[in-house]
Structure formats: structure tokens, C-alpha cells
Design a protein around this ligand. Structure first.
Ligand code: NCD
Ligand code: ZN
Length: 429
């Protein structure tokens, strides 16, 4: 089986490449790259006018398997990933049961091979049941192939416990991804603490809860040498601390979501639960700091934190609704509209944040287009204008704060191991 992707503009930061180029793929592997290849293929994909990038990688999604098929499944979640231009995602362990053993990771892997539209990495829990007390079977899970560890959804509260987890994880050469919000400071909080929460009469989650959590993790990363990755960073001080820690050579990386770069807590004025998320959408100074962190590379990765919930759960009074919303099918549009077309980030920097850096942090293949590599590619149409219609999502969850927004730029095709899994918005069965 051969495929020729013709005439695309290839943006491939790992090779310092930004040029018109054909890509010839045989049996899922890139065999040749160059301008005007004179090779015949079984199938040709005309990428004229399109941008070709190494397959996009979302290192923070919740596919809800095992056990939460009311919210999402591997099938629906990875179809959403393919539709969104992602060739690989990493799924979080806050499932039912929690992914905290080799047995559960193996079981999930079995389903991934059969049911996924794109490649899926498993993130194992740091603690058993994500309860923050006993270490999960980290060694066993590494043998089962997990890419990283996280108790995402919860901060790993106990400092002594986190230090032990980091010592183990550094021995296993895996990164710990931490959801940084101090548990006591955010108790019962449902949105960012500030003028808007006061006006709405809602209990806030203060920025300092994230600042303290990030400071602790940086200090423990320095003390243990374990790589720590700050999940969905959202405060000004946290960004500043990561910037300083990196300059000091501490092994810390960070990710940000499109929603924390685009929205502020003002969006909650109507008590719309579609904007309820953890960490919360914050005030303008924090939003601006996250954007600046992305622009200067302090923040390594752009992630969706795709967190599907059912309509029944989200359609509740604000305090009772769960936090989180889907993002896989809006990420590229949001990023191209708000970061690329505004001139805030160039394409190379965007591909770094959405492919090169996530692959490096998780130590998984990808992030580069080169002969001999798996043919995981994303094709982008930078100019297409479209309106988000959440009801048409492949994801099972149709609740999105981006619903109805007009975007410029979208994924045009997703290619995994040389197979076209999405073309013009249609995901193949
Ligand atoms: N981000 C969220 O608001 N929710 C996530 C958990 C998490 O990442 O905190 C979820 O699993 O629903
Ligand atoms: Zn989280």
C-alpha cells in the first residue's frame, strides 16, 4: 500500500523545514520526502494549498475508558481526536476503575488496539485509586507500557508521598504530570476567586492554590531530579515560577489549554456550566500571562484537557455540575484563529507545542517527519472559515464553550501509519 501526499507546505520544526514538499509513504512508513517526487503511488492526496505537519499529539485527554461509557468511549473519543487532527493522544487514569495497575493498563491496551482511530498512550495513576496514600504499581505499569504518571483531577497533596513517587518515577525515567491546585485552598470552590466570583456569589478557587502547588512541585523536582510536568497551567505566578525553574535547569515542563488562553472568568457571568472547568478560567492578568508563557516557550505544550461529561450531568445548577468539557474538535480551530491569525505564534511554534514537545515530554515516537518514521501526519487548511457546531461532534459529549464560535483554520486530514483516518471532517469507520 502506497500513498503520495503531494504539493503540501511541510512545516517540520525538528528538521528546520518549511517548504513545499511531497511525502511518499509505503506500508505506513515515510519512504521519501522532497519537492516534486516522481513516484507512482496507489493513492494520491493532493495537499495543494494545505499545510502538512507531523501528526498532532494531545498529551492530556480523558477518554473515560474503562468504566465511564456514559461520557465517552475509546471509539467516540479517538474519532473526535481524528476529526480534530490528532494522530496520538494520552489518556488520563481518572476512570472507573482508576488505571493504577498493569492489569488495568493491559486491559485498556487490548481495547485500544481494537477500537481506536488514532494512537493512544496510557497515563497511569501515581497513587492507588488516586487517593494520594499508597503508591500505584508504577513499575508494573511501566512494563505494561504507560507513558507517564498522573493523579489528574487531584493534586498529589502529601509532600512526603509526592517525593517518594518522584523518586520512583525518576528511576523509571517517566514524567509525573500534576494537577496543581492545593486541595484545602480550593475546597468547595467552583470558579476562579476574584471580582466575578464575588459578584456571582460563587465560592472561588484562588490563584494562590495553583501557585503554591506549582512551587512545591518545582522544589521536589529539583530535590529528586524527577521530571515534573505542570498540567493545564493557568496562573501568572505559576508561569513565572516555571520560567525561573527552567532557567535554573530544573526538570520542569508545562502545558496550557486553548480555553485558558482565550476565555476569562467573565464568561461565567451567565452561570453557564459549559465554562466550568478545573483549574478555572481566570482573570485577564492570568490569561495574558499564560499567553506570554506560550509565546516565549516557557509553556511547552498546548493540550485540550478534553474532559467529556454527559448532558444530564452538566445541565445542573452551577455548583452541582461537573468541571470539564470537550476540546479535541475545537483545538486546532481555536489555536489557528486566536494564536496564528492574530500573529501571536507562528506555525513553527504551534507545531512545536502541538507535536514536537509533547512527543519529547512523553518520550513517544512522533513530532518529526523523516524517512523511516511512521507516517503520522496532519494536514491543515489555514484559511477555511467555519462555525463550531457542537451537536455534530464525534465526541459523545456535545457541550463546548466554543459552540457557535467562528474559526479560521481547521484540520483537513489526519493520517495515522499511512492510513487516512479523517478527510474533510469525515472520520473513516
Ligand atoms: N479539567 C476538568 O475540569 N475536569 C477533568 C479532570 C481534571 O483535569 O481536573 C475531568 O476528568 O473531568
Ligand atoms: Zn486536571
Amino acid at each position: 500500500m502506497t500513498l503520495l501526499v503531494k504539493n503540501g507546505r511541510v512545516v517540520n520544526p525538528a528538521k528546520k523545514q518549511d517548504e513545499l514538499c511531497d511525502i511518499y509513504i509505503e506500508d505506513g512508513i515515510i519512504r521519501a520526502m522532497g519537492p516534486h517526487l516522481s513516484l507512482q503511488a496507489d493513492d494520491t492526496l493532493d495537499a495543494s494549498g494545505l499545510t502538512v505537519t507531523p501528526g498532532l499529539i494531545d498529551m492530556h485527554v480523558h477518554l473515560r475508558q474503562p468504566g465511564q461509557s456514559g461520557k465517552e468511549t475509546l471509539d467516540s473519543g479517538t474519532a473526535a481526536a481524528a476529526a480534530g487532527g490528532f494522530t496520538r493522544v494520552a489518556t488520563m487514569p481518572n476512570t472507573s476503575p482508576v488505571i493504577d495497575s498493569a492489569l488495568i493498563a493491559d486491559g485498556l491496551r487490548y481495547h485500544i488496539e481494537k477500537e481506536s482511530h488514532v494512537k493512544v498512550e496510557i497515563i497511569g495513576a501515581v497513587s492507588k485509586g488516586m487517593e494520594g496514600r499508597e503508591l500505584a504499581a508504577m513499575g508494573g505499569m511501566v512494563k505494561a507500557g504507560v507513558a507517564a504518571f498522573s493523579d489528574d483531577g487531584h493534586y498529589v497533596e502529601n509532600c512526603d508521598f509526592m517525593r517518594k513517587a518522584m523518586e520512583y518515577s525518576s528511576m523509571l525515567k517517566k514524567v509525573i504530570i500534576d494537577h496543581c491546585e492545593d486541595t484545602h485552598l480550593i475546597a468547595d470552590g467552583v470558579m476562579h476567586e476574584g471580582a466575578v466570583s464575588a459578584a456571582l456569589g460563587l465560592k472561588g478557587r484562588p490563584a494562590v492554590a495553583e501557585d503554591i502547588a506549582v512551587a512545591r512541585d518545582i522544589l521536589l523536582a529539583q530535590a529528586t531530579g524527577c521530571a515534573v510536568h505542570i498540567a493545564h497551567i493557568s496562573t501568572k505566578n505559576a508561569v513565572a515560577m516555571v520560567r525561573r525553574a527552567k532557567a535554573a535547569g530544573i526538570p520542569v515542563t508545562a502545558e496550557a489549554t486553548p480555553h485558558h488562553v482565550i476565555f476569562t472568568d467573565e464568561a461565567l457571568r451567565t452561570y453557564d456550566t459549559r465554562f466550568k472547568v478545573n483549574p478555572p478560567l481566570r482573570s485577564e492578568e492570568h490569561r495574558a500571562a499564560v499567553l506570554a508563557g506560550l509565546q516565549d516557550g516557557t509553556i511547552d505544550a498546548i493540550v485540550t484537557d478534553h474532559a467529556p461529561h454527559s448532558w444530564d450531568e452538566k445541565d445542573r445548577e452551577f455548583n452541582a455540575a461537573p468541571s470539564g468539557f470537550v476540546g479535541l474538535e475545537t483545538c486546532v480551530g481555536a489555536v489557528l484563529t486566536h494564536l496564528y491569525h492574530t500573529g501571536r505564534m507562528d506555525l513553527t511554534a504551534i507545531v512545536e507545542a502541538m507535536s514536537v514537545r509533547p512527543a519529547a515530554i512523553l518520550q513517544v515516537p512522533g513530532g518529526v517527519l523523516a524517512e523511516g518514521c511512521a507516517a503520522d501526519l496532519t494536514l491543515l487548511d489555514l484559511q477555511a472559515e467555519w462555525t463550531v457546531q457542537a451537536k455534530n461532534f464525534y465526541s459523545q459529549s456535545k457541550l463546548s464553550p466554543f459552540d457557535g464560535m467562528v474559526f479560521k483554520g481547521k484540520p483537513a486530514a489526519t493520517i495515522v501509519d499511512g492510513r487516512i483516518v479523517m478527510k474533510r471532517g469525515e472520520v473513516s469507520a
